[in-house]
Write a protein that binds this ligand. Structure first.
Ligand SMILES: Cc1ncc(COP(=O)(O)O)c(C=O)c1O
Length: 389
């Protein structure tokens, strides 16, 4: 299976979560599309491309359980979240709620728009580890005030790898008149995602993580009743005053200036290729989840800790606490923890280490996809024993 990916053979690759990894066959399709584009760029951008784009959108609509007209391709979840946040008419005194498990880059975007408007971003501390998913919903609800304009919640949390109960949270918040932006960067391909059932006003996700599309394939879902005024971060030809809000949403996101569209155009191939390699998406999700849980047990044993997050809240990411770090700690969300660097440089094990909830407390996060095997976790367990002895 590993040979289906171009991943470096010598590494134990346990960080599918950060940037995904793309099978050879999908990369070949991307090369072919780029060749087609460069053979006659004008024909591609004005005639062939739009039909391929629409077909890819229809296919992802089917995969995600949402009408095509509520979906747009964006380069990544960050871009989708920025589109929503920068479009909201925030006023001074309004507030956005985020959680202490939220993805820092999305929280930064919320702070950016809040600062501009004189609004605020408040962080909800979730019970950790939660005894049951309902405790998460209760924490958000307790934090809502009459000034809450938006709740941002991760479907699968990045630093802790927990699957949160977003459908019930969205429904409860909706009863209180509060909109939700679900950050589902990790959800497509990891979870049996049904955007219609989630019902959020806004949902963003990535195909370059668990669907294994090339980098730069994300999506934004905006419920039909919330599309008015939602603009992409780059406004171009499609932002036409004469169109209805729905038509404008479609047109504005379908053209945001000249760029390489092949990552998005490869999503159907990624969906087919991975499904074929793993015997269908249901089987893939089950296999990867079982391996994630088995790997978590192995690593917990090596670290001498208990995996305390309930299994019912685990998908294909798992995180465990590490002994505290020493020194000044990473200054920035993209900085490497020294242990992460050593695991890679000395042991050829690729796995992320995050400061969480704040330095010097740290967590290690493993993941499993079809290219992952039990022996990758065994190599990590041995490396951790050596490093932390
Ligand atoms: C929860 C979450 N949100 C957003 C992102 C950002 O994804 P991207 O960099 O593709 O925009 C990530 C990336 O790991 C994530 O884990």
């Amino acid at each position: 299976m590993r040979d289906q990916w171009v991943l470096d053979r010598k590494t134990a690759f346990l960080n599918h979560g950060s940037f995904g990894a793309t099978p050879r066959r999908v990369l070949d399709r991307q090369s072919a599309l780029r060749q087609q584009l460069e053979t006659e760029p004008v024909r591609f951008f004005l005639r062939e491309g739009p039909a391929l784009w629409r077909a890819a959108l229809d296919r992802v609509a089917d995969f995600l359980g949402a009408p095509t007209d509520e979906l747009a391709f964006v380069r990544n979840a960050s871009e989708g979240a920025n589109a929503v946040l920068r479009s909201l008419p925030l006023e001074a005194g309004d507030e956005i709620l985020v959680s202490d498990h939220g993805y820092p880059a999305v929280t930064r975007a919320a702070e950016y728009v809040a600062d501009r408007a004189g609004a605020s971003v408040r962080t909800v501390t979730l019970p950790f580890p939660p005894e049951a998913p309902e405790a998460v919903t209760a924490s958000f609800l307790a934090a809502v005030t009459p000034r809450t304009r938006l709740v941002i919640v991760d479907h699968v949390t990045s630093p802790t790898g927990m699957v949160l109960p977003v459908a019930s949270l969205v429904a409860t918040l909706r009863e209180r008149g509060v909109d939700t932006l679900v950050d589902g960067a990790h959800a497509p391909g990891m979870l049996d995602l049904d955007l219609g059932a989630v019902g959020a006003a806004y949902y963003v996700g990535n195909f370059h993580k668990w669907v294994c599309a090339p980098k730069g394939a994300g999506f934004l879902h905006v419920r039909a009743d919330r599309q008015d005024g939602i603009a992409p971060p780059v406004v171009s030809h499609g932002w036409r005053r004469d169109l209805s809000p729905g038509e404008r949403f479609r047109a504005a996101f379908d053209w945001t200036g000249t760029a390489d569209p092949t990552a998005a155009l490869c999503v159907p191939t990624a969906l087919d290729t991975v499904a074929e390699l793993g015997g269908g998406w249901t089987a893939i999700r089950e296999r990867n989840r079982e391996l994630t849980l088995e790997g978590r047990r192995l690593i917990a044993e090596a670290l001498g800790v208990e995996p305390r997050i309930p299994e019912s809240m685990i998908g294909t990411l798992a995180s465990l606490p590490l002994p505290p770090g020493s020194g000044p700690g990473p200054a920035h969300g993209l900085d490497l923890d020294p242990l992460q660097a050593r695991l890679q440089d000395v042991h050829d094990v690729v796995v992320p280490v995050f400061p969480w909830p704040r330095w010097p407390e740290r967590r290690i996060r493993t993941s499993a996809h079809l290219h992952t095997e039990r022996r990758d976790f065994e190599r990590l367990a041995a490396a951790l024993r050596a490093e932390l002895a």
